[in-house]
Design a binder for this molecule. Structure first.
Ligand SMILES: Cc1ncc(COP(=O)(O)O)c(CNc2csc(C(=O)O)c2)c1O
Length: 462
């Protein structure tokens, strides 16, 4: 059972965290770290730090904990003798899959696959899922252009010199303020913070602005529609220009909600139109659900809210799915072995845990709970912005994937720090001024009560 409420005994980080930080700083940079965590004592929606402080955690390891800390179903899976081998022996899944692999994929991943996407490849993290989704898009483009999935001899020789045709000038269209990872290809479409890009060579790929919506949505339907149309037209133009410049766009990548760039939303119509643009230019439609996937928006996949006629071509996932990877349409499966490949291709033990997560989500109707808790969370945020109009604005969200804007970056920093001192862990925010909520799928009314009591107390003192 979880803790009843937060309990703060020391400043955060406390003395024990500071001691551990000092020791660790001899080995690596510790500047970005918040505090050390006692993961044995952390339970459900509550995190316990090295100094015994208990906080309600609505950030959950950068939105990557689906059922909270030490969920009994996951602990039990680890204690089950038939699972030991999966944890002890890390299979090179691309070469030597365990006999249970297909059944594990079915139970953990295919049973929750986005509608219309029956194939899946596992990876280790979100970035490498995005990286390989791009590679799949490039291979698919070239196979179509050649009329043959097999590269030619000229392809194979020229690519060793990084020259066309074997090394094609293909690109991916991304959006301003998007986040898709930090390796060189993914980073080329990550445009949320300069510090993630500076000093690193990236591909100069085309980009388009992502809509900046006015809230409450009901009051600004016409303006928001115009804003979305403008962004779509600029995306179309960017693709047209890139194709004309001999840098064909092989894919478009977009997040259902830009989760690092400021929790930026767009309408279902926007995404349907974007899929039509992808089709119009024969580019793959890649939906990056690394942060929005696995239930936080009240549907298992955020893009299910759009009511697409056809599925996206690729959907990437990680974080709350405990394992990285991507679902894709059968037609774009890579044809040759060892092209979408790395040593481990994810981690079989994470499939064992994910099976349990999927079971709990189903047995405890957690998507229903996320929808209910999401209404409580959003209503509470709307109440906060009415009560403190000088502090908060633009309350928004789908399911419990919510956010609210602070007046400015300093106000946000002060607010988050005071919330921590009052027993609520909220992470560092999204974009310049947004506070984001990334609670577990078990977040419920009593957690919201604790959250809003603390928010009201902190806001009243600012
Ligand atoms: C939409 C989306 N796509 C890809 C990624 C990369 O996933 P990881 O490589 O971090 O697992 C992420 C990772 N999210 C993330 C949050 S803070 C952060 C960072 O590196 O600062 C990364 C994501 O939100």
């Amino acid at each position: 059972q979880e803790y009843d409420k937060p309990a703060i005994k020391t400043a955060i980080p406390g003395p024990r965290s500071q001691e551990l930080m000092a020791e660790l700083s001899h080995v690596q940079l510790t500047k970005g770290m918040s505090y050390f965590v006692d993961f044995e004592k952390s339970l459900g929606n509550f995190i316990v730090d090295a100094d015994g402080n208990v906080l309600l955690d609505v950030f959950q390891q950068i939105a990557s904990v689906p059922l909270g800390y030490n969920h009994p179903a996951l602990v039990k899976a680890l204690q089950d003798p038939k699972n030991v081998s999966s944890f002890v022996n890390r299979a090179a899944l691309g070469l030597y899959p365990p006999v249970s692999f297909l059944q594990d994929l079915k139970d953990a991943l295919l049973s929750v696959a986005p509608p219309g996407l029956p194939e899946v490849t596992t990876m280790a993290c979100g970035t490498c899922s995005v990286e390989n989704a791009f590679k799949l898009a490039f291979m698919h483009y070239k196979a179509k252009q050649r009329g043959n999935p097999e590269p030619s001899l000229e392809d194979l020789t020229s690519c060793m010199r990084s020259q066309a045709p074997g090394t094609p000038p293909l690109t991916i269209l991304g959006f301003e303020r998007g986040f898709h990872g930090r390796t060189l290809g993914a980073l080329s479409t990550t445009r949320s913070k300069a510090m993630a890009r500076v000093d690193i060579p990236t591909f100069d790929w085309p980009k388009a602005p992502f809509p900046v919506l006015k809230y409450p949505l009901a009051n600004y339907e016409r303006e928001n529609k115009a804003e979305e149309e403008k962004c779509l037209e600029m995306a179309r133009q960017a693709i047209f220009d890139s194709n004309n410049a001999g840098k064909p766009v092989a894919g478009i990548i977009v997040e259902p909600i830009q989760a690092e760039g400021g929790d930026n939303h767009a309408s279902a119509d926007f995404f349907k139109s974007l899929q039509r643009i992808a089709k119009e230019f024969d580019a793959l439609f890649i939906v990056d659900e690394v942060q929005t996937g696995c239930g936080s928006t009240g549907k298992f996949w955020a893009h299910e809210h759009w009511g697409l006629i056809e599925p996206p071509d690729i959907v990437t996932f990680s974080k709350k799915m405990l394992i990285g990877g991507f679902y894709h349409r059968p037609e774009i499966r890579v044809q040759q072995p060892l092209r979408i490949f790395n040593t481990w291709m994810g981690d079989q033990s994470k499939l064992v845990l994910l099976k349990e997560v999927v079971k709990v989500v189903r047995e405890e109707s957690l998507l229903q709970r996320v929808q209910e808790s999401g209404r409580v969370l959003l209503n509470g945020l709307e109440h906060m912005q009415e009560k403190y109009p000088g502090l908060f604005s633009r309350a928004r969200g789908v399911g419990t994937f919510c956010a609210i804007d602070c007046a400015d970056a300093d106000t946000r920093a002060e607010f988050l720090s005071k919330m921590k001192a009052n027993g609520v862990e909220m992470g560092g925010g999204s974009g310049e001024v947004s506070i984001r909520f990334r609670p577990t799928l078990t977040f419920s009314q009593r957690h919201a009560d604790i959250l809003f009591e603390a928010m009201d107390k902190v806001a009243s003192q600012m």
